[in-house]
Design a protein around this ligand. Structure first.
Ligand code: IDP
Ligand code: MG
Length: 139
């Protein structure tokens, strides 16, 4: 079993898509083992997106991810990290495959509805940023 962090990003929250996006993952066999709504502050945003520091889109990305409350969830399943990335689709919604979350809910390459960890190392790091040990459940 593998775990991954997903975020329903501000653009999707604003369009009332939080539940629909969680349902996409659940219906593909991923189990919610951690769940919260929060307004990400600049400090957390910088830690979460630390690998993008220095990129041309970094400041806009910080402004966007801190603009509105989001949903954070830890999802568990066999091969969860890759499975979630496939369900999400490509970073740019215009290039995402039909039926993916980003194709159906994303607006543009920044406002792309959802985040999902990209490796086991990122997943562990990101889960620990957003969730305490007692906020993730074994069941
Ligand atoms: P990912 O979310 O598919 O893993 P990353 O390359 O890790 O994509 O980028 C993190 C986030 O930064 C993206 O989901 C998107 O919100 C934003 N982003 C990535 N590339 C660009 C860009 O070229 N312009 C504006 N925003 C971008
Ligand atoms: Mg990424």
């Amino acid at each position: 079993m593998e775990r991954s962090l997903i975020l329903v990003k501000p653009d999707a929250m604003e369009r009332n898509a939080g539940g629909s996006i969680l349902a996409r993952f659940e219906s593909q066999g991923l189990k919610i083992v951690g769940l919260k709504m929060l307004h990400v502050d600049e400090e957390l945003a910088k830690k979460h997106y630390e690998m993008h520091i220095g990129k041309i889109f970094f400041n806009d990305l910080l402004e966007y991810i801190t603009s509105k409350p989001i949903i954070a969830a830890v999802l568990e399943g066999k091969g969860a990290i890759e499975k979630i990335r496939n369900i999400m689709g490509a970073t740019d919604p215009a290039k995402a495959d039909p039926g993916t979350i980003r194709k159906d809910f994303g607006i543009d390459i920044q406002q792309n509805a959802v985040h999902g960890s990209d490796s086991p190392e990122s997943a562990e790091r990101e889960i620990n940023l957003f969730f305490g040990k007692d906020q993730v459940f074994d069941y």
